[in-house]
Design a protein around this ligand. Structure first.
Ligand code: ADP
Ligand code: MG
Ligand code: MG
Length: 909
């Protein structure tokens, strides 16, 4: 059979259904589903995503078969709606709506009121007896069509960077100002008519082509434009951030228009079936009387609350739909229940009321904060609507990050006065310097990856997504809880406040004045956002973490029922270890011994280490090491105690020694005195340790090969700490990990020391033996290739994927800032391999090492301790390779637990 390109929906029938998202896009599939549920949906048809692929494959030409199929479908829509497209007396109008598989809010284009032209306008005026409505619809069509179809889709570069939409918007504003109008609704029919005519001549002048006055041509143009918008700049950026594949394409939905702009008994709105910020089981939304389409989302007018539950400081004076149209509200609320029972998930819906008649225009699974995602999953589970497995799959692992997100320390927050208030659109808190454009936000982070900026905008639009992604927080002066900024920020779990109406932004001077005060915020000023409350403060308020949320704790218990792979943490202080344990870590996968020489309390051990490093003879070195020993043992013992009953992997000293050589004259003099030599001699010994490529220099296991006494005291500290804890009735499980190995001989030489010390300590404590696993970090490609030999001595492998990635790519971890962005921008690499395992390349090495290692020792324990251990995709990869555990930083432990459980569920375990 010839391939079907067009799928019809309307009046309780549909060719498609909800699970056909790949073919029909999310919007088309759900429109079909709502029709099948018997909900009031204006009839229409969906042109498939495959046609989009065909269109691009075909050099941006629609396949010849398409338009005849479209017109045939249109005939059926005409029958269902009782109107005719392009008819002078009873004209049907349509919208051309984009709709990809996964939702991309506002990233692609939609054109409304298609079909209005010289032949149809008089008929529609006569039929509706509402010229104002017709001319309002027409001027909207001209604006949207010129922007989407005639400019963007044609790839025209706007003169002086000002697109046609902007030019027409300014013209409209200018006109309103000249008349003293505040709202669009004040403009009269005749004025709208004149405006539309003016718009058309402006379009002609700016774009060089006439606005098409032919209904059929408008539809074809609309379909093409929607396809084109798949490759618009903002859609491409959004896909990159969200990881949506380019080849998916968008569908086009051509749908009969219904009108929210026919007067005061008409309206349009958007809603969530549950609260998307908190997850509460309350209907949540915004609406606007006498408005069309995107007026709600675009922040043109402050939207009114849907109901009592949606009222807040900013909108409580406005009439809710519950109050103004109680009957229609009831109908909408009933639809909410039908949808909730049917989809068993929180949905985001769009509706329009045409002269008191309610129509559903869209539904999709709604974006939510991580906190809401957990709450919603737990609620549906408790309502008996979903099972535990489904609940586990309902939360994206990376979203848990924001559940653990820092919030303002409440005690500190109390001491600050609120600078300005807005709506709490995205969770958690953020502290950063203000920037006024998306470009500035991107530039700041490009310059310094750790830069913390808050993006301050009048309102955001889809062009801003990259800057929004780069910022730690987003603040807007306009827009509601369903505005673009709010939707996108919530999807990302980013702190966001919208609609802070007292901010008067001047983009030219990059300043914002706060109404009713003399305060003027400038670029670079530090502010704190509390996105959970919608409060903005001047200066930096200290943040704290928010992990003891009871729903979260309960949820994680269910998650662990399905998890089969272990999750450990990388930690080296008792504090980190304790936090990770609270987050559910089942051990430490990487304890970096050298950590005791940095930061708090490191003065004395560092001094002794320096003394040891700068020693000239073994005797001198042993003296220094003996002095250092108690510190090393104490550190190890404390950690074993915090992790009592759980394994702790101690890594032998890893960094090149010269990193610790004192640089200041004063410190050099101190060490000189302790060693009884001159300061010059100390400086000289320090210089002698200098290496031209320390990353590949004298470090890791190599230190112990040349100075076995360094290895020996560390091993002794581990055994003695363990023996002491055993005596105290504790259950320590130490593991020794040898770093930077490339040959089994290195493991063998070190093992001799290990066995000798083990026997000595056992004897000293009068026990037969002390258990400690002996293993190695796998971080050099050669070790992967020779894993069968490494496993002869090693009882476990732990992949150090940071170094393994560095050595496989030959990319210096510390220098990638200079070139990695180019690789990502040019799509030469799909992702930063230091954040997510390069499965294709580095992944082969890991797989090989696992297979070869286990061929030698079938119970070889294998884990990973690179930062990628907390990345959901990497966790799934590790699961597939049969790793025993992943180890990651404390805050990512819950993410790894969820990702591991989801991997197990996906694998049908
Ligand atoms: P997006 O994907 O950006 O949400 P939509 O295709 O949903 O874009 O269109 C945006 C808005 O336009 C909708 O929320 C709806 O209010 C309005 N709209 C689209 N199609 C119609 C229609 N057939 N009748 C009335 N309004 C429509
Ligand atoms: Mg929509
Ligand atoms: Mg390393």
């Amino acid at each position: 059979m010839e391939k079907k390109r067009v799928y019809i929906f309307g009046k309780k029938i549909a060719d498609g259904k909800a699970d056909m998202k790949n073919l029909l896009g999310g919007k088309g599939a759900n429109l079909a589903e709502m029709c099948l549920l018997g909900l009031p949906v204006p009839a229409g048809f969906t042109v498939t995503t495959e046609v989009c692929t065909e269109y691009y494959a075909n050099n941006c030409q629609l396949p010849a078969e398409l338009m005849p199929e479209v017109w045939a479908a249109m005939t059926k829509v005409e029958e269902m709606m009782g109107m005719k497209y392009g008819d002078p007396d009873n004209p049907l109008l349509v919208s051309c709506r984009s709709g990809a598989r996964s939702s991309m809010p506002g990233m692609m284009d939609t054109v409304l009121n298609v079909g209005l032209c010289t032949t149809t306008i008089p008929g529609l005026i006569k039929k509706t007896n509402n010229p104002r409505f017709v001319w309002d619809s027409y001027r909207r069509l001209v604006m949207m069509y010129a922007d989407v179809v005639m400019e963007k889709a044609e790839g025209l570069e706007p003169a002086e960077g000002k697109g046609i939409r902007k030019i027409l918007d300014e013209k409209l504003d200018e006109f309103k100002k000249s008349k003293g109008y505040k709202e669009d609704t004040q403009i009269s029919a005749d004025e709208l008519k004149t405006l539309a005519e003016d718009f058309k001549s402006i379009v002609k002048k700016a774009l060089g082509t006439e606005f098409p006055d032919d209904a059929r041509a408008q539809v074809e143009g609309g379909i093409k434009a929607v396809f084109k918008s798949w490759n618009g700049k903002k859609a491409i950026s959004y896909r990159k951030i969200e990881g949506i594949p380019e080849e998916w394409g968008t569908a086009v939905n051509v749908q009969a228009m219904v009108f929210g702009n026919m007067g005061d008994s008409s309206a349009t709105g958007v809603a969530f079936t549950r609260n998307p910020a908190t997850g509460e089981n309350l209907f949540y939304g915004e609406w606007l009387v006498n408005a069309q389409g995107e007026d709600v989302v675009a922040g043109i007018r402050t939207p009114s609350p849907l109901n009592d539950d949606t009222k807040n400081e900013q909108n409580k004076h406005l009439a809710s739909m519950q109050e103004a149209m109680p009957q229609t509200y009831k109908e909408l609320d009933a639809i909410r229940t039908i949808l909730d029972n049917h989809y068993k998930d929180m949905l985001d819906i769009e509706f329009t009321i045409q002269e008191k008649v309610l129509y559903m225009l869209q539904c999709r699974v709604g974006k939510r904060t991580g906190t809401a995602a957990v709450q919603i999953a737990m609620d549906y589970l408790k309502e008996g609507k979903i099972d535990e497995k489904t609940a586990v799959m309902r939360v994206e692992a990376s979203q848990l990050d924001e559940v653990l997100h820092p919030i303002c320390n409440p005690n500190e927050e109390k001491k600050h006065n609120v600078l300005v208030k807005g709506l709490p659109a995205g969770p958690g808190s953020a502290v950063g310097k203000l920037v006024f454009t998306a470009e500035d936000a991107v530039a700041a982070v490009r310059k310094d990856a750790k830069a913390q900026v808050i993006l301050l905008r009048e309102e955001t639009n889809p062009e801003d997504v990259e800057g929004m992604s780069a910022a730690v927080g987003i603040l807007t002066a306009r827009g509601g809880m369903t505005s673009h900024a709010a939707l996108v920020a919530r999807g990302w779990g980013k702190c966001c406040i919208v609609g802070a109406g007292k901010l008067h932004i001047n983009n030219d001077t990059k300043t914002a004045k706060i109404e009713g005060t003399d305060i003027v915020l400038k670029e670079g000023d530090v502010v704190t956002l509390n996105g959970t409350k919608g409060h903005v403060y001047a200066g930096a308020i200290p943040l704290m973490d928010a992990s003891d949320n009871p729903s979260f704790q309960e949820y994680m218990k269910i998650v662990d029922k399905f998890r089969t792979m272990g999750v450990r943490t990388n930690a080296e202080t008792a504090e980190d270890a304790q936090r990770a344990r609270n987050f559910g870590a089942e051990g430490i996968g990487l304890f970096r011994t050298e950590h005791m020489f940095y930061g708090k309390g490191s003065e004395q051990p560092l001094f002794l280490l320096r003394k040891m490093i700068l020693s000239n003879t073994t005797a001198e070195r042993v003296t220094a090491l003996n002095e250092l020993y108690p510190y090393v043992k104490k550190d190890i013992k404390e950690t074993l105690l915090v992790m009592d009953t759980l394994p702790v992997t101690f890594r032998l000293l890893d960094p090149p020694l010269h990193e610790f050589v004192p640089q200041s004259l004063e410190k050099q003099a101190e060490v000189a005195k302790a060693l009884g030599i001159s300061a010059e001699a100390v400086a000289k010994r320090g210089e002698a340790l200098h290496e031209s490529n320390p990353m590949m220099g004298h470090r890791g296991v190599r230190l112990g090969i040349t100075y076995p006494e360094i290895t020996e005291i560390q091993i002794r500290a581990i055994f003695e700490a363990t023996a002491e804890l055993l005596q105290e009735g504790k259950k320590p499980y130490p593991e020794l990990m040898v770093p930077v190995t490339s040959d089994v001989s290195e493991l063998d030489v070190t093992k001799v020391i290990f066995d000798k010390v083990a026997a000595e300590v056992a004897k000293k404590f009068g026990v037969a033996s002390i258990d400690c696993k002996y293993g190695t970090m796998i971080e050099i490609p050669r070790a992967c290739l020779l894993a069968n030999k490494m496993a002869k001595t090693a009882e476990f492998f732990s992949f150090g994927t940071n170094d393994l990635t560095q050595m496989s790519f030959g990319f210096s971890r510390d220098d990638i800032g200079g070139f990695l962005n180019e690789y990502l921008d040019k799509k030469m690499l799909a992702a930063d391999p230091f954040q997510t395992i390069d499965q294709e390349g580095v992944g082969q090495l890991i797989e090989m090492a696992v297979t070869r290692g286990r061929a030698t020792r079938n119970n070889l324990k294998v884990g990973i301790c690179g930062e990628q251990g907390g990345d959901p995709a990497s966790v799934e990869f590790c699961f597939k390779l049969g790793l025993n555990y992943v180890s990651c930083s404390p805050f990512r432990v819950p993410i790894a637990r969820l990702a591991a459980a989801q991997s197990a569920i996906k694998a049908g375990k």
